[in-house]
Design a protein around this ligand. Sequence first.
Ligand code: GDP
Length: 287
Amino acid sequence: MPINWFPGHMNSTRQAIKDRVKAGLDVVIELLDARLPGSSSNPLLAALTTGRPALKVLNKQDLADPAVTADWLAHYNAQPHTRAIPLDAGDKSPARAIVKACRELAPQRGDMHKPLRVLICGIPNVGKSTLINTLVGRKAAKTGDEPGITKIEQKIVLENGFYLFDTPGMLWPRIGIEQSGYHLAASGAIGRNAFDEAEVALELIAVLKRRYPDRLQERYGLAELGAEDAVLEAIGLKRGAKIRGGAVQMHKAAEALLVDYRQGLLGRITLETPAEMAAWRRAAAED
Ligand code: GDP
């Protein structure tokens, strides 16, 4: 496995989710990264929340390809007891869409006597703190570029009879699938010491060549796209990642590409489709 990452703390998170189920849970919100919805999901969450209705929030939709986001929304909305909505940090009142979808998923709850109890979960860096800050209306949770940890269960009253609980601890992403590991690393979800940037950049170039070749060509002024390593070298040349003697420093070229991708400078790009994800899952199950 090329991604060597062990976030730890999963046991306490698992216990916290179990405790929440026991205390009362009506809807589970899973925050996903719209650029990699399948890879940014947590494979254990459904089992831990024992079939509770699920709201998939495709966050950072401003960075994702709108056509593929539509495919993912349709994919989730076709699943039983599941709804999906897109969201991004620029949304001024995210509570409205979240409350509406949760109320539809659990219409029997939601008044003062029977409050709707909703748990929000997500892997590191998916934007949970940012969303919670917006919902709370103040800087309550930490945000930053590196994956972070939220430690204590927070209860947010979104409106009368609507409680949102934030899981403490960390949820694992789906790194058992090789492709998912690369996508998570490219997106910034995994600490940078855990992978080889050049290797991840080469995988990103492979996806871009297949699905968004014009973006690569436009951004780096490339007349044509050769093999992945030749593209990375060409990016390095354009970005001045040369050492004396003329050789390109591939890790610098890789870093330039990854930073550009994460900041959305290559345009709105989604790394995986529902069909691809299903195929990878099938292949992994067969291993
Ligand atoms: P957490 O680890 O899930 O709590 O993630 P954070 O809330 O700390 O967000 C991680 C990074 O993603 C930060 O740099 C945020 O500014 C950024 N971010 C969060 N939500 C969005 C979004 O909807 N769109 C974009 N473009 N960036 C976002």
